[in-house]
Write a protein that binds this ligand. Structure first.
Ligand code: UDP
Length: 398
């Protein structure tokens, strides 16, 4: 119910969204991505599509399919686009990518007025566009891409009517299509973010042998090198020297389009070295209640990413009034305002320093928590993103 968001963003904002939607009600809208669950893109679409429909828009969501080879290709591209030259890209992966674009284009009905293609995985579908306005919605950091992979992808991206990035910094000088910046968002009413009773929080902690009475540091992330799981463990170990009863929960889940997760998980287990206060939890991707409970139970939340598109987990934690220690990467920088909603830290040592500081200063934690929630309320709730998407549709179809 879109009306329910008025309590957070005000009646005027809801009115504005309705007015925009009315103008667009003749259009059919399709979102396409590469996984139905796991990761931030699926997380948003699960909530965005029902809201668009409620506004009277004809919105659909389709997920492309692929085999293991395809997802290895797209994960390699993903890493190469975010990490640059450091990633080796075997040349045959380009053909694998192209093959699956064709298969999906043949299988999926893409006959819509407006088509949002999310991320590089299905970007090549544009080659098979017959009609409609196509928008490439990019969720990753494209500021220093692997030159060859970007040249390959750019050939497709240039065929879109517009591209949307999370932050203006990700826009590309070598693209001639219109580029918009729209940050993603969290849903305050979703099972992941809505208020839950304290008893539920405690129950979840106990279920996983985490002590609610002792300080808790949390990172919620897929097991992905870009999220720096080893850096998190290192930071925890430094911090524990000063706060001996500190516990760490690293909560991750497998994503169907991420074949690397297992290997990263194993390395992280090794780095944890049998410390009983480190809880590495691999939960199903729909464990929203658990994520919600841990974010509420945490004293300090970390998102130590080295590369990040946006980092929804940051807004999720800020919304729950938790200060966040974030890596100086991508969209984290517009969520963590250094010294106001949390701290930006690059090395494990600085991350540990801020962790210890915050654990010792409950008043500052509280103050930052309040500032964080307000920052999210003003900028990163789902209604903001919805409104901006509608504006983007109005813009491309005008
Ligand atoms: N998430 C989850 N369970 C996990 C790990 C992540 O539910 O074990 C959710 C997390 O709460 C967030 C999303 O997946 O909503 C991750 O989005 P983010 O932008 O932080 O990172 P991405 O995975 O897209 O790189």
């Amino acid at each position: 119910m879109i009306e329910k968001y008025a309590e957070f963003v005000g009646e005027q904002e809801i009115d504005a969204i309705y007015k925009l939607a009315q103008r667009l009600s003749d259009l059919s809208i399709l979102h396409v991505n590469s996984t139905a669950a796991g990761g931030g893109v699926a997380e948003i679409l699960q909530r965005m599509i029902p809201l668009m429909r409620e506004l009277g828009l004809r919105a659909d969501w389709k997920v492309i399919r692929g085999d293991e080879e395809f997802f290895t290709a797209t994960k390699t591209f993903h890493n190469a686009l975010q990490m640059g030259k450091a990633v080796e890209v075997p040349p045959h992966l380009y053909q694998v990518y192209e093959k699956w674009q064709e298969i999906n284009a043949n299988e999926l009905d893409l006959d819509y007025d407006v088509v949002f293609i999310h991320d590089p995985q299905p970007a090549g579908l544009v080659k098979y566009r017959k009609r409609g306005w196509w928008i490439w919605r990019c969720h990753i950091d494209l500021s220093t891409p692997h030159p060859e992979v970007w040249t390959f992808l750019r050939r497709y991206v240039s065929q879109y009517h517009a591209a949307i990035f999370h932050i203006p910094e990700f826009a590309r000088d070598d693209l001639e299509i219109p580029q918009l910046a729209i940050p993603p968002s969290i849903d305050p009413l979703s099972p992941k973010n809505r208020e839950i009773p304290h008893t539920t929080v405690e129950r979840v902690l106990k279920k996983f042998d985490v002590d609610p009475e002792r300080p808790l540091l949390l990172q919620v992330s897929r097991f992905d090198w870009a999220k720096d799981p080893l850096g998190v463990i290192q930071a925890y170990k430094y911090a524990k020297r000063h706060v001996p009863d500190l516990q760490l929960v690293y909560l991750g889940s497998p994503a169907h389009d991420d074949p690397e997760g297992e290997a990263v998980y194993r390395e992280t287990v090794k780095a944890a070295g049998g410390d009983k206060d480190i809880h590495l939890l691999m939960l199903p991707p729909d464990s929203h209640l658990e994520v919600n409970a841990f974010q509420r139970a945490a004293d300090v939340v970390m998102q130590k990413s080295i590369r990040e598109g946006f980092g929804l987990t940051v807004s999720e934690a800020l919304w729950k009034k938790k200060p966040v220690i974030g890596g100086r990467a991508g969209g984290i920088k517009i969520q963590v305002i250094h010294g106001v909603t949390g701290f930006l830290a690059t090395t494990p040592r600085t991350a540990a320093h801020y962790t210890v500081f915050l654990l010792r200063e409950p008043k500052i934690r509280e103050e930052m928590g309040r500032a964080g929630r307000e920052h999210v309320r003003r900028n990163f709730l789902i209604t903001h993103q919805l409104r901006r998407y509608l504006m983007a549709i109005a813009f491309v179809t005008k």
